[in-house]
Design a protein around this ligand. Structure first.
Ligand code: ZN
Length: 348
């Protein structure tokens, strides 16, 4: 194990302040590296040090991580709903699913804006960064917008193309920004910025890709709801930062207008899980043709393949639900929990 020497003469990667404070010992170890936990007194960002850690194999992580199963299940549902036909009914059903039936509220605000534009007859150019298997981009595209989804995961973008069409590319925002001349009315990045080693670079690329009156909508785990010395959710090197509202407010210095449109409190994870399973069943009963991904249901169609990491538990769907509930009670183990929704625009 390499010993990490934390060089506090470095400055904050977000605001540039030298006012960094190491808040605790090692918070994570990955391969040959250990990560420390640093707080910037100026912008309140929490940082994992060192920043340039080993390259993270997201394809592997997604295969193993139990919470990824929810995203895979969401993808199956959305694909199934949209495959019913191009009629607005199915767009609305897929939208309703993403707004109300998933574990977290990450998509709700962006989808609301996208739907409003559709109802007003405006066609937007939309970029989703970190689109994974593409289902959110697919729903936004159904509202008649010109959408592009990008992700660094080759397998995920290939699957998205097969399923939803050619609007996906495997690349990071750096490459994309270099070779595109397009400008976007809306850039979305749901739970992405906390994974990036250069979140400032990400913001400046968003700036270049935005139409003058364009909007960026980000979501990220809510650092204001974590204790100061606490790193909830994925440990480094998966999540490298924890953002709070003051961290985003700092971007005002760089000409961004910022607000938090969905600041309406949080849902308790346990209740959210129970509600999700219940509402999935309701939706299934109403529409009939969408797959049932409630593990407690007798019609449960997935299996160990979807809920990888729970292979043993999956032999008993009831046990799986029990395991999920136990995890939920132990708050803080990677639960897909509350997000801050941030809306940014450039001041004129
Ligand atoms: Zn800072």
């Amino acid at each position: 194990m390499k010993t990490l020497r934390l060089d506090l003469s470095e400055s904050c990667i977000w605001c540039g302040s030298p006012e960094l404070k190491a808040t605790g010992a090692t918070i994570a170890r990955y391969q040959e590296c250990s990560y420390c936990f640093v707080l910037c007194r100026n912008c309140k960002i929490k940082l994992a040090y060192p920043f340039q850690g080993e390259r993270v194999d997201y394809e592997q992580i997604q295969k193993r991580k139990w919470s990824s199963a929810f995203h895979r299940a969401d993808n199956e549902w959305i694909a199934s709903i949209l495959s019913n036909g191009p009629e607005p009914l199915w767009t609305e059903a897929a939208h309703a699913f993403l707004e109300h039936k998933t574990l977290d509220a990450r998509y709700a605000y962006a989808l609301k804006r996208v739907r409003e534009a559709y109802l007003e007859g405006r066609s937007l150019r939309i970029l989703e960064v970190g689109c994974n298997e593409g289902y959110a981009t697919a729903v936004m595209a159904r509202y008649g917008h010109r959408c592009t989804g990008i992700d660094i995961q080759k397998g995920a973008t290939a699957a998205a193309r097969r399923r939803y069409g050619p609007m996906y590319e495997c690349c990071g925002i750096e490459d994309f920004e270099r070779r595109t001349t397009g400008r976007f009315d809306l850039i979305c990045a749901f739970e992405v910025i906390e994974h990036l080693a250069d979140p400032r670079g990400f913001m400046s690329r968003c700036r270049k890709l935005l139409e003058p009156k364009g909007t960026v909508i980000l979501t990220t785990p809510d650092g204001d709801r974590m204790a100061p010395d606490c790193w909830l959710q994925d440990l480094p090197p998966i999540h490298l930062t924890v953002f709070s509202r003051p961290t985003f407010q700092w971007l005002r210095n760089e000409g961004w207008l910022i607000d938090f449109p969905e600041d309406r409190g949080t849902t308790r994870p346990l209740r959210a899980i129970e509600r999700r399973f219940r509402t999935m069943r309701n939706l299934h009963e109403r529409i009939g043709e969408v797959p049932d991904v409630d593990p407690a249901s007798k019609d449960f169609i997935y299996g160990a393949q979807t809920y990888v990491g729970f292979e043993k538990a999956m032999n008993s769907p009831t046990l799986t639900v029990r395991v999920l509930k136990s995890l939920a009670r132990l708050a803080g183990i990677g639960l897909p929990s509350q997000a801050i929704v941030v809306r940014l625009q450039l001041a004129e």
